[in-house]
Design a protein around this ligand. Structure first.
Ligand code: BES
Ligand code: MN
Ligand code: ZN
Length: 493
């Protein structure tokens, strides 16, 4: 699908999308069309229960084609995020209509927030985010075949400014789509080696990409990460992606992702029902990869390092056992209680490596770490932990700005000590209650004094239902928040 901007003239062909305020109040251009059509729009509204409430939709058929009326409410709700939702909803509607082209008329409204060109760009962004599909493995009934719209034009007077603003948002969408693709790929196609190859392809957008194999990691002493991949016939990998858009010598920002390409649970095997979901246990690594791509495509003025630990957690004659004791790169030893608590083992070595090699300004890790987080917060908010209030505040602001939900969870000595082991420095699994918190405390033991945040995206990486800007499937949740965090706090400083 093609999205473009044009000066505000009425098109001769395709559907026309017009806004209507609450109580069926029409803006000047809509009023003009109503008049030209002999009051058709007014008649249609009166003959239905459409009143112009926020996000309400009414389709009207005129002699010159389809007209979609879109509810603007009182107008004071309208901001960037509202426009993204509208863009997504309108595209969904048009895709089911049979229309191949449509023009959306953007009119100024005194109560709307921000500049009109910015709102128009975010409308286009919402439509773009809505248009994502993953149907490459379908040989028939493809979603892309039944989506009819080929061209969406946004008619706005400030069209060239809008177009420029949209091109930066497109870079972010590129990153979101990259993350969604990775999460959606099946585990027979996406495993540590093939994942690392996809990341190497990011060199074309200007990222430096290094791949460590088991030999290199073993030399570095990464016994925690390596233990997880030990039962798999596929070699574990650690991928380091670097974007150097900032000043030379400036400390980078550090992002770390859990990349368990498939999590069977290992010897502590998971139940069969729903195990297929564990193909997206690499969701954290996908978001870090998508973020790195977005930053590179939009040429962010900042230094950033992304590290992903890629493994497959399988049961096998050579697999790690409950009772094993492994030594992490930090030198701290870990008693394996449950081989299904594997994500934290991967992150422990990746966090330590990031901190020692790059001395980042902060470290943010993302992981589909615990089922307990889904129990706690559902799929509305991502639970996160932080040892640094400034970083926490920046993250919450960024999440709010892009409309992604984030909720802070506690850390603390009483939780932390629940991870002590009698036979090693710590154990990898604590009691059932507070499972997300004790997992975070485990990670905290590998960050020393670096400002750090841990995002447990277990409930966020995958969605079973369509939302206006997030189709069901892999969501790419977090790419937008982290891009915003970087952009509004760390670029050009
Ligand atoms: N990848 C899972 C967590 C998960 C479960 C994410 C469901 C998304 C949906 C993780 O590796 C895991 O198995 N965690 C265990 C930890 C427990 C053994 C301490 C869990 O949550 O049960
Ligand atoms: Mn697991
Ligand atoms: Zn897992």
């Amino acid at each position: 699908m093609q999205i473009g901007f044009a000066k505000c003239v009425f098109p001769k062909r395709g559907a026309l999308v017009l806004g209507v305020l609450e109580n069926r109040r029409m803006l000047p251009k809509t009023r003009m069309i109503n008049k030209e059509s002999g009051g058709l729009l007014e008649t249609a509204m009166k003959g239905s229960n459409f009143t112009g409430k926020s996000h309400e939709i009414l389709t009207v058929y005129s002699l010159s084609g389809r007209i979609v009326l879109y509810g603007l409410g009182t107008g004071d709700e309208i901001n960037k995020l509202w426009c993204e939702t509208a863009g997504g909803r309108i595209l969904s509607n048009l895709n089911k209509s049979g229309e191949t082209g449509a023009t959306v008329i953007f009119e100024e409204h005194p109560k709307a927030q921000g500049d009109i060109h910015e709102r128009a760009a975010h409308f286009a962004y919402g439509a773009l985010l809505n248009s994502y599909k993953f149907d490459k493995y379908k040989t028939k009934n493809k979603a892309s075949d039944s989506s009819t719209l080929k061209k969406l034009t946004i008619a706005v007077d400030a069209h060239s400014v809008a177009r420029k603003h949209f091109s930066e948002l497109q870079a972010v969408a590129d990153g979101v789509f990259f993350a969604r693709d990775l999460v959606s790929e099946p585990p027979n196609i996406l495993f540590p080696d093939s994942f690392s190859k996809k990341l190497q392809s990011l060199r074309t957008v200007g990222l430096k990409v290094e791949v460590l194999g088991e030999k290199e990691m073993s030399k570095l002493g990464m016994g925690a990460l390596l233990g997880v991949g030990q039962g798999s016939s596929r070699e574990s990998k650690l991928v380091i992606m670097r974007w150097t858009g900032g000043r030379r010598g400036e400390k980078p920002l550090g992002f770390i992702g859990k990349g368990v390409c498939f999590d069977t649970g290992g010897i502590s095997l998971k139940p069969a029902s729903g195990m297929e979901d564990m193909k997206w246990d690499m969701g954290g690594a996908a978001v870090v990869s998508g973020l790195m791509k977005a930053l590179a495509v939009r040429k962010a003025g900042v230094n950033v390092v992304g590290i992903v630990g890629l493994v497959e957690n399988m049961p096998d004659g050579n697999a790690q056992r409950p009772g094993d004791i492994v030594k992490s790169m930090s030198g701290q030893t870990i008693e394996i209680i449950n081989t299904d608590a594997e994500g934290r083992l991967v992150l422990a070595d990746a966090l330590w490596y990031m901190n020692k090699r790059f001395k980042p300004k902060f470290m943010i890790d993302l992981a589909t770490l615990t089922g307990a987080m889904m129990v706690a917060l559902g799929q509305i908010n991502c639970g996160y932990f932080s040892n640094d209030d400034t970083l926490a505040e920046q993250m919450e602001k960024a999440a709010k700005a892009v409309g992604e939900g984030l909720w802070r969870m506690p850390l603390g000595a009483e939780y932390n000590k629940m991870m002590d082991s009698d036979v090693a420095d710590m154990k990898n699994a604590g009691p059932r209650f507070g499972g997300s918190v004790t997992a975070a405390c485990f990670l905290e033991r590998f960050v020393e004094s670096c400002p750090w945040s841990h995002l447990d995206i277990a409930g966020m990486a995958w969605s079973a239902k369509d939302a206006p800007t997030v189709p069901k499937g892999g969501t790419g949740w977090g790419v937008r928040t982290l891009n915003e965090l970087v952009k509004s706090n760390y670029e050009g400083v």
